[in-house]
Design a protein around this ligand. Structure first.
Ligand code: PEP
Ligand code: MG
Length: 864
């Protein structure tokens, strides 16, 4: 012992080398995560074998060829030590070179070990070391050693064979000097970290280019020998759900993580039907391990998996690493740690990646599945869906009617496809980007969706889908979509169901208690609104009313309205739609129980309501009792070169005012009805695609007149607000002027991004990945709000709007509303709320809470 201490002193004269003990100072940036973890375990009084940490600087020097005084490291462990070397990267998620065990084994040590362990165990350890040294350090082919470890071969023979194989391949005897062995192991691991493949691999996991690695030399707990010996891992929770459950594996007469690799001879930890468990084999060690694991959880403030070795019935702790966890488990673990007083609630909130919550809200492909991917697209709406291919909405509805799950495959979708999308389990389009029609609708209704799968060739006439590798899929073939990754897979694959447990509910409540920006949902139907409420949205920030006109009975009346020649005929058709709209709004108000509901007046171009194929035109002519030539010419007359820049939104509201009049009346009548039945309703009416104040004035005059008329007719009073959807750059620039006639401004960043960039939101998917990969755009601006261009417009508009009208309500309702980066932007800009599709509401609530918490910490720092 004394000698080891003296040698320790010699070691510590070398900068960058430290013997680990409870008081050792090993900052993570200097020594890596594992060194720090071992010191903490030692501090907790755990039986951790002696260890020496090599700093990041020392490891870099070794990689560059400067060998340290290796003998002084070994000397710390006393005479004839057997040690392992483990990597200690700054962040465990980056991985690192694999552990090398049993360093120090040579003829002499083998003979000495044989005295305690018996000949067989000693020979086996030696043979294993020769093999792993040959493969990891001398870089010999692992295959060469396969013969040495055939079942039934005595240990001594394995050892001799391994030594002979080494000699034959390397043309020199196996090195006997432990210092030489250790030096080579250290150099090989230091260099492996610097290798190109390893660098690329860890960079893919988010590591910086100069990611740091420390190394740990640790006395081996052998795991082989007389009495109960072996190795295994233990954790206290399930990785899938986070629920308390002692899980892990143990293998007698084994080392390192061997118990995890094979099935033969593996024991589980607790008693169950699968065979003898560690609890049966060695109850005392099991009890100690459980106590250590609980102590590690408390001391390391996380659920950890402990790696252990048992020697003669005594447990030793070699390492503790954060438990692998699904999103669901991450939430449960964080909440349970907070409930047990181990971490504060704020920390539990900070530990969950907001986007990971979407994983909990949708079924996911089982991570253990072998994926047969035949196409890639843009991940437009998360979750996994399996179904038979259908190529049109009618087929999707027919399939749903027979309870047969289907995937609707289209070039792109339009309003006509909405019902088919509702019927389908998933939607796949060849074109489109993250704010294309398919993406927006699918996200809203929670249907998994992949868009812009341009490596597919769709032939709707032949009803085939051809993959780039030549495989042809036909109507009725089973495929699976992964809307979280954008992959399209052949066949059906196992999925893991969505689960919202109590822990999720608690986490969300804690988030709401600290959040300081409102979160509403975009919802078009009472079903969406119900969903929004179940995710605790604080109202509806955008109801896209046009979707209400696609029900079968309404579509025909809508078309009659479009074909009307006079305002009177148009009004007559709209009269039929009025009660339907009124019921829609009344149901929305009732579902939202007094929470705010922002209704956007009709937005899309009218031609979207007309059929495109010859056959459908004939049907329409028949339904409307018109000559087919009239139908064709009306459809042609409504065609536009740039419909997204054409007769839509407020432009339609001004030139065909009867539509907005009908909608205003429906809103006000529903307001009276719903207020009578429940909480008072104050509807918010929003005008889309505004670019000039005069547009707002014209609409406002008519809406106010309708309100006055309804008040008189019904003998009831109500309030409402009228605001503008800022979707054109001009509206943003003229926000000061527009705000004088508006109660609120809500930024429709889908169109605003489209118009600021001059980039079609439906077509940009075709080249977006090239643009992003070449760094033309840092990200897809339809996905992540462009803070520089579109963001500047938002800031200008917010400032000018609020200057003109200090009580102006500001919000965002484009698809960006649910992304944590945009929420940060809107919060900084002083917005009142964000609105996003219902399934993103939890993500927004958590992201907003995390931002508020970060600000609190900053404020505290400033105050100190
Ligand atoms: C927008 O343009 O951002 C928006 C929310 O409206 P829509 O997606 O319906 O065009
Ligand atoms: Mg828009």
């Amino acid at each position: 012992m004394l000698r080891a201490q003296t040698e320790g002193a010699r070691l510590e004269k070398q900068p960058g080398f430290q013997r680990l003990h409870a008081e050792a100072h090993v900052p993570i940036p200097d020594y890596g995560n594992r060194a720090r973890c071992l010191v903490r375990l030692m501090r907790l009084g755990m039986p951790v074998p002696d260890a020496v940490a090599l700093s990041v600087a020392a490891v870099r020097a070794i990689a560059a060829g400067q060998m340290p005084d290796v003998a002084s490291i070994l000397a710390v462990f006393g005479a004839d030590p057997v040690v392992s070397v483990r990597s200690s990267p700054e962040n465990p998620a980056w991985g690192g070179p694999g552990t090398v065990l049993n360093i120090g084994l040579n003829e002499k040590v083998c003979a000495r070990l044989a005295e305690h362990l018996g000949d067989d165990a000693a020979a086996e350890i030696y043979a294993r070391f020769v093999q792993s040294y040959s493969v990891h350090v001398a870089r010999l082919d692992a295959e060469e050693f396969a013969a040495c470890f055939q079942p039934g071969i005595p240990a001594a023979e394995s050892r001799d064979l391994a030594l002979r194989t080494y000699e034959l391949e390397m043309e020199e005897p196996f090195p006997q000097d432990p210092a030489v062995q250790l030096g080579h192991v250290l150099r090989s691991m230091a260099r492996a970290w610097e290798g190109t493949t390893a660098r690329l691999l860890r960079q893919a996991k988010g590591a910086p280019a100069d990611a740091a690695l420390g190394l740990i030399v640790q006395r081996m707990a052998l795991g082989l020998g007389p009495g109960e010996c072996g190795a295994g891992v233990m954790q206290l929770v399930s990785s899938a759900t986070g629920a308390p459950q002692i899980t892990g594996r143990y293998q007698s007469q084994a080392q390192g993580r061997e118990a995890l690799d094979g099935e033969n001879g593996v024991a589980y930890l607790t008693r169950d039907a699968r065979g003898p468990s560690l609890q049966d084999i060695c109850p005392a060690a099991f009890a100690d391990l459980e106590a250590y694991a609980r102590e590690a959880r408390r001391g390391l403030r996380d659920e950890v998996q402990i790696e252990f070795t048992i020697e003669g019935g005594e447990a030793r702790i070699l390492d503790a690493a954060a438990v692998q966890r699904s999103a669901r488990a991450a939430v449960r673990i964080a909440v349970d740690l907070a409930e047990d007083g181990i971490i504060p609630r704020e920390e539990a909130l900070a530990r969950i990646e907001p986007r990971a919550l979407t994983e909990m809200l949708h079924p996911q492909i089982d991570p253990r599945t072998q994926r047969d991917v035949f196409a890639h697209g843009i991940a437009a709406s998360p979750g996994a869906a399996t179904g038979r291919i259908v190529f049109n909405s009618n087929a999707a509805q027919a399939s749903a009617a027979q309870d047969e799950p289907c995937i609707l495959v289209r070039f792109e979708t339009s309003t006509e496809d909405v019902r088919g999308m509702h019927a389908a389990s998933g939607v796949l389009t060849e074109r489109g980007g993250v704010t294309s029609h398919a993406a927006v609708i699918a996200r809203g209704i929670g249907v998994p969706c992949v868009v812009g799968a341009s490596d597919l060739n769709l032939n709707p006439r032949e009803k085939t889908l051809t993959a780039r590798d030549g495989r042809v899929f036909r109507e009725g073939d089973l495929i699976t979509l992964d809307g979280s990754s954008g992959e399209v897979l052949a066949g059906a694959v196992p999925t893991v169901e969505a689960a919202l447990d109590d822990a999720f509910v608690s986490l969300m409540e804690w988030a709401d208690a600290v959040r300081d920006i409102g979160v509403r949902a975009n919802a078009d139907t009472p079903a969406d609104a119900q969903l929004a409420r179940s995710f605790n949205a604080e109202g509806i920030g955008l109801c896209r009313t046009e979707h209400m006109f696609f029900e079968e009975d309404r579509l025909t009346v809508m078309r009659e309205m479009i074909f009307a020649d006079t305002p009177e005929d148009r009004r007559a058709a709209l009269e039929v739609l009025l009660p339907m709209q009124r019921d829609d709004f009344a149901a929305l108000f009732e579902t939202m129980q007094g929470q705010p509901v922002c209704i956007r007046l009709f937005d899309p171009p009218l031609h979207e309501f007309l059929p495109s194929g010859r056959e459908a035109m004939l049907d329409l002519a028949e339904a409307l009792d018109l000559p087919v030539s009239r139908v064709v010419s009306r459809i042609e007359a409504l065609q536009e070169f740039n419909p997204m820049l054409g007769m839509r939104g407020v432009r339609l509201g001004i030139t065909v005012p009867e539509i907005y009049e009908m909608q205003a009346r429906a809103i006000f009548e529903a307001t009276i009805e719903a207020s009578r039945n429940g909480d008072p309703v104050v509807p918010e009416i929003m005008i889309p695609l505004v670019s000039a104040r005069r547009e707002v004035e014209l609409v406002k005059t008519r809406v106010d007149a309708i309100a006055a008329a309804v008040r008189t007719e019904k003998g009831a009073d109500f309030n409402y607000t009228l605001g503008v959807m800022v979707e054109t750059p001009r509206a943003a620039l003229r926000a000061g002027d527009i705000a004088t006639t508006s109660d609120f401004l809500s930024f429709g960043t889908n169109d605003l991004t489209q118009m600021t960039y001059g980039l079609s939101r439906d077509d940009a998917g075709r080249f977006m990945s090239t643009y992003v990969s070449l760094g033309v755009y840092p990200e897809d601006p339809f996905h992540t709000l462009d803070p520089d261009g579109v963001g500047e417009l938002l800031l200008i508009a917010a400032e000018r709007g609020r200057d003109a009208r200090p009580d102006l309500t500001l919000s965002i309702c484009g698809e960006h509303g649910g992304s944590p980066e945009s929420i940060a932007f809107c919060r900084r800009a002083g917005f009142d709320y964000v609105s996003c599709s219902p399934f993103r509401v939890p993500v927004a609530r958590l992201a907003a809470a995390q931002l508020a918490l970060t600000d609190r910490v900053e404020d505290r720092k400033i105050a100190e």
